[in-house]
Ligand binder design. Structure first.
Ligand code: AMP
Ligand code: ZN
Ligand code: ZN
Length: 452
């Protein structure tokens, strides 16, 4: 009897903990690095298609300049342009602090602390705990906080292990995890190696990525989370083909003692050691396949000027071109180029109770993902560069009308109005039917023969 009572109360406790978890909206954000938007059309990806069918798809996400991994992953989770969050490249130098950042030396909070990622805000606002599997920055103490559960970055940890950890954390009831991030290095790594147009190799890699999507979906289903957890699958950037014929060799234009190369290609960050104008002029005449900007000349549309870690001169290679000092080409694909290029754009798909079903959007900026995620989680967003209204057509609880719907409504209203106008005009101009006999009655002389 006693045992039965204990079992009953234990069951009730577990049940209550679970229903508490179910009452808060939950969100899992997944990034497959370097997943170019048009891979979705080029390759057969059955699991991803199944995921999309049931949810929303943004065909092209306009990412942020420069279109590199660390900067864009931080933009997605902060809603800030790179000049605002401070992760302005994968390789950085901070002249004030005299510190260097790289993917092998990225754990100093100093680099990240100018922004607050959503996993920190989520915990600070007391909505629940956050969990992370290797998203850039998620193993760093930002604002003195890490996600409640996280994994130290290690590229050799398999996707399956990362996904299993994330699903088990999402299943935790003490504490309730309402927000999680999951990162995977492919198809970026293979995109660099083979180039995005190597359909044979990229097809194989994307089949693998698609299997990972299937694995994650099955794990969520098996854990009973599939109907309650909102899932976003997206990426940081696309990939362009590079070739040995498209090299910009800096050594041909200026001596290495003139400058320090902080970041290399396809956006090179140049710190002049000599007179800045001299270095600038030498670079300006170096190649017709790259733009050379003084920091203050960088176009507004890049939102990439107002940060001390942006170097005094920036070189932006044209699509497919590689900036080297004198090295040979080491990769057949690259990204980082102008964020207006379709080849640099990733996609976004989302499904779950917070998202519409079957909604399709042409484009969305990646700064808009953050306010949408805050909305889903019920968080007050931190100041950011995104606009929730741009993401309304993704969200189930928002009133949104798509362009085809708007065109349909305008045409419909126009047709109704023109029909009414026609009816009014016709009825006003209606010709009174001619009455030939009336006129005959008026002509008195017609009656003459009868009178006579
Ligand atoms: P890139 O293609 O140069 O923009 O950078 C992508 C690479 O960054 C990946 O292949 C990973 O090796 C590396 N990377 C991704 N996330 C992290 C991280 N959290 N810490 C260190 N390196 C990372
Ligand atoms: Zn990347
Ligand atoms: Zn890459």
């Amino acid at each position: 009897m006693r045992l039965m009572l204990i079992l009953y109360f234990a069951g009730a406790l577990i049940c209550c903990a679970h229903s508490a978890g179910d009452s808060v909206p939950r969100l899992l954000l997944v990034s497959f690095d370097g997943f170019r938007a048009d891979y979705l059309e080029t390759y057969k990806l059955p699991h991803l298609q199944e995921f999309i069918e049931d949810g929303v798809l943004v065909r092209e996400v306009t990412n942020s300049f420069i279109t590199k991994t660390f900067p864009n992953h931080y933009t997605i989770v902060t809603g800030l342009y790179e000049e605002s969050h401070g992760i302005v490249a994968n390789d950085m130098y901070d002249a004030d602090a005299k510190k260097v950042f790289s993917q092998f030396n990225d754990s100093d909070p100093f680099w990240w602390d100018e922004a607050v990622p959503i996993w920190v805000t989520n915990q600070q606002q007391g909505k629940g705990a956050s969990a992370a599997a290797m998203w850039p920055g998620s193993d760093v103490k930002i604002n003195n906080t890490t996600p409640h559960f996280f994994m130290k970055y290690n590229f050799s940890v398999k996707f399956e292990e990362r996904a299993e950890r994330i699903v088990s954390w999402l299943n935790s009831s003490e504490p309730v995890v309402n927000f999680a991030v999951l990162y995977w290095e492919e198809p970026d790594a293979s995109g660099h190696k083979y180039g995005p147009n190597d359909t044979q190799n990229m097809g194989r890699v994307l089949e693998e990525v698609d299997k990972h999507v299937g694995f994650l979906m099955n794990k969520l289903k098996a854990a009973g989370l599939w109907d309650t957890v909102n899932v976003i699958i997206t990426s940081d950037h696309g990939m362009a083909s590079c070739s040995a014929e498209k090299l910009i060799v800096l050594d041909k234009c200026l001596g290495r003692n003139n400058y320090t190369l902080i970041d290399r290609t396809p956006v090179a960050a140049v710190l002049p050691r000599q007179n800045k104008e001299v270095v600038y002029n030498l670079l300006k005449n170096c190649s017709s396949h790259m733009k050379v900007y003084l920091k203050e000349e960088i176009p507004d549309r890049f939102h990439y000027r107002h940060h001390r870690r942006i170097q005094p001169i920036i070189l932006v290679a044209d699509e497919g071109w590689t900036i080297v000092q004198n090295e040979s080409l080491s990769k057949l694909g690259d990204h980082g180029y102008d964020n207006a290029l379709p080849s640099m754009h990733p996609f976004l798909a989302a499904r779950g109770p917070a998202f519409r079903r079957g909604s399709r959007l042409g484009a969305l900026a990646n700064v808009d993902i953050y306010p949408a995620m805050c909305h889903v989680l019920g968080l007050a967003p931190r100041p950011n560069n995104g606009t929730l209204a741009n993401a309304k057509c993704l969200l189930a609880d928002q009133w949104c009308i798509s362009v085809p719907e708007a065109v349909g409504i305008v045409i419909g209203v126009f047709m109704v109005l023109s029909t009414f106008t026609c009816i009014i005009i016709i009825s006003k101009n209606r010709v009174v039917p001619s009455r030939p006999f009336a006129r005959l009655q008026l002509q008195s002389d017609d009656d003459d023969p009868l009178i006579g």
